[in-house]
Write a new protein. Structure first.
Length: 243
């Protein structure tokens, strides 16, 4: 998924920033060795941090429905991650670098979400927006200088770009077929010393003692209250087996 995000950012920059200017676009770490090999103006988009966005985590499985609206599957929602990029411009003149950074800022401010037409690979098939945050304050101010120290280079103007993108874990919860029949209950009474069999009440509310054992009436029970009716159960009477 990360390579699809890189390609999506490349598509956006090539369309709205480079615009056929001949400037290269790279995703390498801007180390001294890398800078020494540059021979033309270059924009570098270095991925330096990946963290899950816990504020956007969803814990409930999503219902997947068919054309009739029936639930046919349950899947775990994608996990949202924050991908932080260090965007720098490399030319022989600081003025040219500042012009490139200005174009980058204007492009990202106009696109608070990556446009659907630039999304690549698996990101083009999702139904979630790829949110971008530009030049936001870093949680730890020392982290920014530590990045340049780790790269072995001098501090340089850069645009901090954060993309919030989903990672689909494709976890499926087994789901059985829908229930289409009404519930059935078999109610039995423990054996007593009495020889006669307990018979349920009929629909009229009278005892059904005179009914044959194989023709005991069923009973319909409605739960809830009159103003708040509940489920309707149909209790089927079962004759007691002789001991």
């Amino acid at each position: 998924m990360i390579h699809d995000l890189d390609e999506s950012i490349r598509n956006l920059f090539e369309r709205d920033v480079l615009n056929g200017s001949g400037v290269d676009l790279e995703f390498d770490a801007p180390t001294k060795e890398w800078v020494g090999q540059l021979n033309k103006p270059t924009i570098d988009i270095f991925l330096y941090d990946i963290r899950e966005d816990l504020t956007r985590r969803e814990v409930m499985f999503q219902d997947i429905r068919d054309e009739d609206g029936k639930v046919i599957d349950r899947r775990q929602p994608p996990r949202m991650f924050r991908f932080a990029y260090l965007v720098t411009a490399w030319t022989k003149r600081p003025e040219d670098e500042h012009r490139l950074l200005s174009s980058i800022l204007a492009c990202l401010v106009r696109n608070e979400r990556l446009p659907p037409e630039v999304l690549a690979g698996s990101l083009a098939d999702i139904d979630r927006a790829i949110v971008t945050q530009v030049a936001m304050a870093i949680d730890d101010d020392r982290m920014y200088t530590n990045i340049w120290s780790a790269l072995g280079g001098e501090l340089k103007p850069a645009v901090n770009l954060v993309c919030i993108a989903p990672l689909d874990v494709s976890r499926v919860l087994p789901f059985g077929p829908p229930v289409t029949e009404e519930p059935r209950f078999t109610v039995a009474r423990p054996d007593t010393d009495e020889a006669e069999t307990l018979r349920p009440r009929g629909r009229s509310g009278k005892d059904a003692d005179d009914a044959p054992a194989d023709e005991l009436p069923d009973e319909t029970v409605r739960g809830g209250k009159e103003n708040e009716p509940g489920r309707v159960y149909r209790v089927h009477a079962m004759p007691r087996k002789e001991r």
